[in-house]
Design a protein around this ligand. Structure first.
Ligand code: ATP
Ligand code: MG
Length: 401
């Protein structure tokens, strides 16, 4: 018998007229995630109807399906569900089985919630709650009814079939990737920027990424580390293209062209200029960074303002109000932390002044930056930049599920 999962959509239930489009993208993304795990047509099936989504799969592929569900933005939770015919006895039996399973897992109180889209079913939702509650209590005396704060909620849904489940897994929430266009993430090898990418992807934004490499000051290991981070992130965003322009020439010109205290602000401005140029070329709608207010000298509100003062595209900074512990917690849960802390220097570390300007004035920063005239160096860096594709489906396996 197939294993069946039920998925609860998250915020997209709040979408009015656009809801169908959001749901289509959610299903498309789920199919891609399954395909990426080699589950194209080994019996897996994705269906959606009436605000619920179902995945059917043979039991042996269930772990890979669950891994896919854990990488899907746009669902608030998912669970394995029992499905049975639409008869009262089978429904009660399924509830009892679910109750036994909850008890086995150590849970001691429950309540029943019921939803009936098929109004022809002989019991209404109140009737289902009462009958199923009694049946479970009789069969599993150690599991008490608690309607106010139960440890578990057994959900019953009467649709084209009867479904019984308790929503055991929390989803990533947010909105399906691809519903908010594409942005260009400035990805360093640090802890923050991968988390920033994850956060913005959770709002439905697809990503490409750029990493400024300062070879030989930062070695190939540093680039490989960023590539690895991109792969981890791409597993949630369904593919990221990573550009890695060499920025050494730009950095050297900055180092010799302005007073040491201004080098950090100038480097930020150069990164923004280069990232915007690439973003316009690849039609990304915005830049995304891992800045967090006042975390380091380049992240005072004045210096952030200098950094973006000569570009037009919006700069999104999803971590601006987050504190480091919160960022680390998220980095651990998405799987980037262990890679981020590998000890390869970021290019900025090598060129950091001992006493950087903390509150740069925009007019002064712009004058200094324009005097540096980095256009040629930036264009050269971009035109020679290698690009790598991470986490995309190879075309041959992109069959529908
Ligand atoms: P992170 O942990 O993301 O490296 P950070 O706390 O080290 O951030 P900064 O080094 O000031 O802070 O970098 C701020 C942001 O600038 C980064 O989050 C990233 O978006 C961008 N950035 C910094 N260095 C690079 C780089 N070499 N390539 C691309 N983007 C970079
Ligand atoms: Mg950094």
């Amino acid at each position: 018998m197939n294993t069946i999962y039920i998925l609860k959509p998250g915020e997209l239930t709040l979408k009015g007229g656009n809801r169908n489009a959001f749901e289509r993208i959610l299903i498309r993304n789920l199919r891609k995630l399954l395909n990426l795990r080699g589950l194209a047509g080994s019996g897996e099936r994705v269906e959606g109807s009436g605000g619920r989504f179902f995945v059917h799969c043979p039991p042996q592929t269930a772990p890979r399906v669950e891994d896919a569900l854990n990488h899907l933005f746009g669902i608030s939770g998912w669970a394995r569900t029992r499905s049975c015919e639409k008869r009262v006895e089978t429904l009660l039996a399924a509830c009892v089985d679910e109750g036994k399973e909850l008890y086995r897992q150590g849970l001691r109180s429950f309540k029943i919630e019921a939803r009936r889209t098929d109004k022809a079913f002989p019991l209404d939702s109140y009737g289902i709650r009462v009958k199923a509650g009694q049946a479970v209590q009789e069969a599993v005396p150690g599991l008490a009814v608690d309607v106010h704060s139960p440890q578990a909620v057994i959900q019953v849904e009467i649709r084209e079939k009867t479904y019984v489940y308790s929503l055991s897994q929390t989803g990533l929430r947010g909105l399906p990737v691809g519903t908010a266009g594409r942005g260009l993430l400035l990805l360093s090898g640090g802890i923050d920027s991968p988390v920033a990418g994850f956060r913005i992807a959770s709002r439905g934004m697809g990503l490409d990424a750029i990493y400024f490499h300062a070879f030989p000051y930062t070695g190939e290991e540093a680039r490989q580390k960023v590539l690895r981070l991109t792969e981890i992130l791409a597993a949630y965003t369904l593919g990221i293209r990573l550009w890695t322009p060499g920025f050494t020439e730009v950095q050297q010109r900055i180092k010799t062209g302005v007073k040491e205290e201004w080098t950090t602000v100038m480097l930020r401005m150069a990164m923004m200029e280069a990232a915007e140029k690439l973003a316009l070329r690849i039609r990304a709608k915005c830049l995304v960074t891992g800045d967090s207010l006042s975390q380091v000298a380049s992240q005072t509100v004045e210096n952030l303002n200098c950094a973006e003062s000569l570009i037009q595209l919006p700069v999104l900074r999803p971590l601006i109000g987050a504190d480091k512990e919160e960022i680390i917690r998220l980095a651990r849960s998405i799987g980037t932390y262990e890679t981020s802390i590998l000890p390869y220097e970021d290019c900025c570390v090598l060129f950091s002044p001992t006493h950087p300007v903390l509150r740069g004035r925009v007019d002064e920063a712009q004058t200094l930056y324009k005097q540096l005239d980095l256009t040629e160096e930036i264009d050269r860096a971009l035109s020679g930049a290698p690009v790598e594709k991470c986490g995309f489906l190879p075309p041959a396996t992109a069959a529908p599920t």
